[in-house]
Write a protein that binds this ligand. Structure first.
Ligand code: PHE
Length: 501
């Protein structure tokens, strides 16, 4: 059986850029920059990109292409006893997708209601946006122990999101590439529109000052380095299985290194650019409401679902349209990452291992992910979203990163990978690559896990949740790891033999 292929190189690049550009570019990067040294944050972030992100992405693409399989197959190829490493990443990718799509469902909800501005117009809207999100949309309960019922509109929109993902991926890489191209270009255009609107608002410059004024003293702070490295790993969608599969859909003669550079720089440029859009809006709110920056939510869910709605209410004109455009942009930013996780991260590995048809694997994965996602549409869902996120998109992503770079670097051989990359790539990778893969990347990621994760999480309960709830982080990691070993043990009539290089 011939391995599936991208129709052209362009589609691979758009699919990879699409997976990298996601919610994080808009709601994580600008905030980190503001918090950790303004413009000076660009320095650790670029260092993280060059020293950790790019070599790690070369590894994932390169190994996928070398073995022509998705991640479990890659690690099985390195040695039979390593297959679990791949499965662990697969399970983490699957769990991320169960809640990432819920955030997309919220975006659809807001895109739908924005024209009517149900949280209020003008100052009333500014006051009502928070209550609208937590109260009306989420129906948020008092804590993780009170699940309550599901929010039916969100269930409907979540179903819609998964149907969209199903339709995009069930024909494989060919259609994925074509959709990705538009799902990248349209949000780019929308970001420009949002930026122009933002910059022409009163107070914009004040916001940009917070985003960009450099504080070089911050570079002496370990927190800043922690933030830079973890953001690079997250933003390039590394450690989440899918990039191996995306690499495996390229022919043996295709260039890898160049694609990696194009993908990572386009992604990072998008983050930098999105920061202008976000902070011009933040500045506008500060000025209109005469409040200091720390009273404005500048990151994550608060930024998207409270700060932006506040800004929308306060706009002098075009409020509703602006809201629709912003939330559609958010949905599309999420979409390419969501189908990347679903297809590259889970469906392709299942097809490789079990030899099931694409449509069957797609139905199983989208169906179960939807069902699990119902948890996050419940009244206690937001708390669980936060806890599961910490488990898989922080610990899972970084730990699979540490283990996989060590296994590839020391057991498969960084030198062998380097030669494989150089065989077909325009840009030749020097011997520095070996040291980086074997030592620098795993050490950097381990620092992040320990310094930014274990130290704070062990000293006080994560997120201030009751201990039983925050302990679920470790339960989730243990269960996914256990399942990975079980999957490694399952022997199948191997469709992979046919794909053998
Ligand atoms: N890179 C995506 C973002 O920045 C997040 C993501 C992480 C997507 C891991 C897929 C896998 O939002």
């Amino acid at each position: 059986m011939q391995r599936e292929r991208w129709v052209s190189r362009r589609y691979l690049i758009f699919a990879a850029i699409g997976s990298a550009i996601g919610l994080g570019n808009l709601w994580r990067f600008p905030y980190l920059s503001y918090k950790y040294g303004g413009g000076a944050f660009l320095i650790p972030w670029m260092i993280g990109l060059i020293v950790i992100g790019i070599p790690w992405l070369m590894l994932e693409f390169g190994m996928g292409r070398y073995f022509q399989r998705s991640v479990p197959g890659v690690f099985e190829g390195v040695g039979k006893k390593w297959e679990w490493v791949g499965w662990w990443a697969v399970f983490c990718a699957f769990l991320i997708d169960t809640y990432y799509t819920v955030v997309m469902a919220w975006s659809l909800y807001y895109a739908g209601v924005s024209l009517g501005l149900p949280w209020g117009v003008g100052k009333a809207g500014a006051a009502g946006a928070k209550q609208y999100f937590y109260g009306t949309v989420l129906g948020l309960s008092s804590g993780p122990d009170v699940l309550g019922g599901v929010q039916w509109p969100l269930v409907g929109l979540l179903a819609l999101t998964w149907i969209a993902i199903f339709l995009i991926v069930f024909k494989g890489a060919k259609v994925i590439g074509k959709v990705a191209q538009w799902a990248v270009i349209i949000p780019w255009i929308l970001l420009v529109v949002i930026l122009v609107r933002g910059l022409t608002l009163p107070g914009a410059v004040g916001g940009l000052n917070y985003y960009l004024t450099p504080d070089f003293a911050a570079l002496g702070n370990l927190d800043v380095w922690f933030a830079a490295v973890s953001q690079i790993a997250f933003t390039l969608s590394l450690g989440m299985a899918g990039m191996y599969a995306y690499g495996s859909f390229t022919a043996k003669k295709a260039d890898v290194t160049n694609n990696v550079f194009i993908t990572s720089f386009s992604n990072c440029a998008t983050s930098f650019f999105a920061g202008f859009a976000v902070f011009s809006i933040v500045g506008f709110i500060m000025q209109s409401l005469a409040i200091p920056v720390d009273k404005v939510s500048t990151s994550s869910i608060g930024l998207a679902f409270i700060t932006f709605p506040v800004a929308i209410s306060m706009l002098p004109a075009t409020q509703g349209i602006f809201g629709v455009l912003f939330f559609l942009c958010l949905f599309l930013l999420g979409l390419t990452s969501a189908f990347f996780l679903a297809y590259g991260g889970v469906i392709s590995p299942l097809m490789d291992k079990f030899g099931i048809s694409r449509i069957k694997a797609t139905a199983i994965v989208t169906g179960t992910a939807f069902l699990l996602g119902l948890l996050f549409t419940s009244n206690g869902g937001l708390y669980w979203l936060d806890i599961v996120d910490r488990a898989v998109s922080f610990y899972g992503l970084l730990l699979t990163g540490v283990i996989s770079t060590i296994v590839v670097g020391w057991i498969f051989g960084a030198e062998k990978l380097r030669q494989h990359l150089n065989e077909t790539s325009d840009i030749k990778v020097g011997k520095w690559f070996n040291v980086v893969i074997k030592v620098v990347v795993p050490a950097g990621l381990l620092f992040v896990v320990i310094y930014g994760g274990l130290v704070p999480d062990m000293s006080k309960s994560y997120g201030g949740y009751p201990l039983w709830a925050s302990s679920m982080i470790w339960v989730i990691l243990a269960v996914t790891l256990g399942l990975s070993f079980i999957f490694q043990r399952i022997r199948t009539r191997d469709p992979k033999e046919v794909n053998e290089k």
